[in-house]
Design a protein around this ligand. Structure first.
Ligand SMILES: [Zn+2]
Length: 119
């Protein structure tokens, strides 16, 4: 598993085919559109029904890390650690980073567990 291939939206098997059809993160109408199989090596991106339900745990972890980083940034800029302003800033960051979290969590989940289910 290499982070470069995850960030480049590449197939976990051949590292060449794209997983998400539209590579633009902010194309909201096509944010969730994924290829069924790798256009290069025919690797199945949907190994079983509900495979990507587990990606929500990865998304939760990513969002938690981003929230902690925002709190550390807010505290370093002089806010109290339990300030309502921090909460509003975290919510704004979560909304802005939603497309990145969505795609990264699916990619990480596929890279971790895709090969274990591959038939
Ligand atoms: Zn492939």
């Amino acid at each position: 598993m290499s982070l470069i291939h995850i960030f480049k939206n590449r197939c976990p098997d051949c590292k060449k085919g794209h997983i998400f059809i539209n590579r633009n993160l902010f194309s909201f109408l096509q944010l969730t559109d994924m290829n069924q199989k790798c256009p290069n090596c025919n690797y199945n991106f949907f190994p079983e029904n509900g495979f990507y339900w587990g990606a929500m745990f990865v998304s939760y972890g990513l969002a938690s890390l981003e929230g902690l980083m925002v709190i550390f940034a807010c505290v370093s800029f002089g806010n109290e650690i339990f300030d309502y302003a921090n909460l509003l800033i975290i919510i704004a960051f979560m909304i802005i980073l939603f497309p990145l979290n969505f795609r990264l969590s699916r990619l990480i989940w596929l890279y971790i567990f895709g090969n274990k289910i591959k038939k």
